[in-house]
Design a protein around this ligand. Structure first.
Ligand code: CO
Length: 141
């Protein structure tokens, strides 16, 4: 069901400083940058082989990552797995009694369809399932 680790999300208090640091680390700049208004986050993607690192910065005090940043000051925020069918995967996990944050897929960065598993269900790690949306093919992130 899970095909690969699609990306690891890293919450950062200063997105510009983080972009600079990760550009130095990888020797190449980000491939995609996008504000996801519904989550109050700016996402910046760096390609790393077949996987990616997603930097997450808050766009305001109501950001979904504001609490995380206030508590931890940044760090690994979530692990995202690529799946063929987010809805099918969420349904299969729900049928096993797993606690989910999303029962329906929603739109993430890069036009992907995403759904989140509650961190309490999987050893304290916020877990994202993501799927390339055929309708948005050609988008990078
Ligand atoms: Co993500």
């Amino acid at each position: 069901m899970l095909q690969k680790i699609d990306h690891i999300g890293v919450a950062v208090p200063d997105i510009e400083a983080a972009i600079e640091a990760y550009t130095q680390l990888f020797g190449v700049g980000p491939s995609h940058r996008e504000v996801v208004e519904s989550d109050g986050v700016e996402t910046v993607m760096f390609e790393v082989g077949e996987s990616r690192i997603e930097l997450l910065g808050a766009t305001g005090p109501d950001s979904k990552i504001a609490g995380f940043l206030a508590k931890r000051g940044g760090g690994i925020h979530h692990v995202a797995y690529g799946v063929e069918d987010v809805q099918g995967s969420l349904d299969a996990l729900a049928a096993q009694g797993m606690q989910l944050l999303d029962t329906r897929p929603r739109r993430g960065a890069g036009g992907k369809l995403v759904g989140f598993v509650h961190p309490k269900a999987v050893s304290g790690v916020l877990t994202e399932l993501c799927q390339d949306d055929p309708a948005a093919a050609g988008h990078g992130g």
